[in-house]
Design a protein around this ligand. Structure first.
Ligand code: NIG
Ligand code: FE
Length: 400
């Protein structure tokens, strides 16, 4: 079944960068794009015609870093931080990630599914068609499994393509207090092999930070991931510089994420390895950070830059990826074109999905959004909110 989507313009992202086709048409065949180009050159085809009314078509947005599934919330800690208590101080006092772990362990899979579903629907209403979600609030085999199973179920029950990342090395669970090496061993020998065997893991992530895990501990985990044929990602240089991003590059990580404290050498290593820099302006904003990621070094060395919501209860309760595009522009001085490439093309690469997603090209998935906007920059201009649009996934209109 073919469809010709016409009377539109396309921000196609063809050629590995922001690029546009004015007066475009897109021919889809079932779930795939068969052809895209200038409307006057459209090939003759027996196709259903859909008039997009002059809309701008972008690839479906990709949120490549989220912690959507968790129990409880941490608005109380938000209030504490507004009184001047720091994120690190809250974590040291047993709050922070540990408090979400307690709430997540206490919640049933159905409860976690219901609350995550509501958050995910907000992201989808913003034009997201692919989302990555991490475990990391279970921190033992049964609870990490529970989270990863909920993540899989969200992908089955909602019109979105889901990638599941195992972030068992997010924080030290209370059972392993003072024994970080033993917990890493437990992940490496028990948790990860079991979860991978059950088909619940698409990638492996860790939190490399002075208040979480050291580069040496992360490297042990990466070696095991490599042995299981799983790609790796890393939360790195968010609060301090440990050169986790260089370590990630050595393991050909899909991405290193946060990166406010990275150095130019780190950027060079990431560029050489093709590791994407995932910037998370929501966490930067919400923690009222002042250290900006080194945009000039990233650009100079040609590191691909993605933008994501980091949706999580502690540092980025962000329910709009377009709001993150706006923040990437206002806070990190990215251009609206860079921000759009950051939630499409480069976000796809950050998930290892660049062959099938992230741009509008023949042979790729027909996942796109037709926005009723005047210019692509409008997507980064409005501060969240819902824009008029039509969302197409696997070649068919979806309603959320
Ligand atoms: O990406 N950096 C570590 N993980 C999350 C925060 C998680 C939390 O505070 O619950 C992040 O910012
Ligand atoms: Fe995160």
């Amino acid at each position: 079944m073919k469809t010709l989507w016409h009377n539109c313009h396309a921000a196609s992202m063809v050629g590995g960068r922001y690029s546009i086709i004015e007066n475009a048409a897109i021919l889809t065949d079932g779930p795939l794009i068969e052809w895209i180009g200038a409307a006057h050159a459209a090939p003759p085809a027996d196709a259903t015609q859909v008039d997009l009314g002059g809309a701008w078509v972008t690839p479906g947005l990709i949120d490549c870093h989220t912690h959507t599934v968790f129990g409880g919330n941490r608005s109380g800690e938000f209030e504490q931080r507004l009184q001047g208590v720091s994120y690190a101080e809250i974590a040291a006092a047993g709050g922070g990630i540990a408090s979400t772990v307690r709430a997540t362990r206490a919640a049933t899979a159905d409860e976690l599914f219901a609350s995550a579903r509501r958050r995910l629907v907000s992201l989808l209403r913003d034009g997201v068609t692919t989302v990555e979600m991490k475990s990391g609030y279970g921190l033992d085999l049964a609870n990490e499994r529970k989270l990863l199973q909920v993540i899989r179920r969200l992908g089955e029950e909602l019109p979105v393509t889901v990638r599941a990342t195992c972030l068992a090395a997010h924080a030290l669970p209370p059972e392993y207090a003072g024994q970080a090496d033993a917990y890493i061993d437990h992940i490496c020998t028990q948790m990860l092999p079991a979860l991978a065997e059950e088909g619940l893991v698409d990638a492996v992530d860790a939190f490399c930070e002075y208040l979480a895990f050291s580069p040496e501990q992360v490297e042990r985990l990466f070696k095991v991931a490599q042995g299981l044929d799983l790609p790796v990602k890393l939360h790195a240089e968010q609060l301090s510089s440990l050169h986790g991003s260089t370590l990630a590059a050595r393991y050909h990580a899909l991405s290193a994420d946060h990166l406010e404290f990275m150095t130019e050498d780190d950027a060079q290593a990431m560029a050489a390895a093709g590791t994407v820099a995932v910037l998370l302006p929501g966490a930067f904003y919400f923690l009222r950070e002042t250290q900006l990621p080194p945009m000039e070094a990233l650009r100079k060395h040609g590191v691909q830059i993605a933008i994501a919501s980091d949706l999580n209860p502690g540092t980025s309760p962000a329910l709009s990826l377009r709001l993150m595009m706006n923040m990437a522009c206002t806070l990190f001085r990215m251009t609206p074109e860079e921000a759009l490439a950051g939630v499409t093309l480069h976000a796809a690469t950050a998930l290892g999905m660049q062959a099938s997603h992230g741009s509008l090209e023949a042979g790729k998935h027909a996942d796109f959004v037709a926005w009723d906007i005047d210019r692509p920059a409008d997507l980064a201009y409005w501060l969240g909110g819902e824009l008029n649009k039509r969302v197409v996934r696997h070649g068919a209109l979806v309603s959320i």
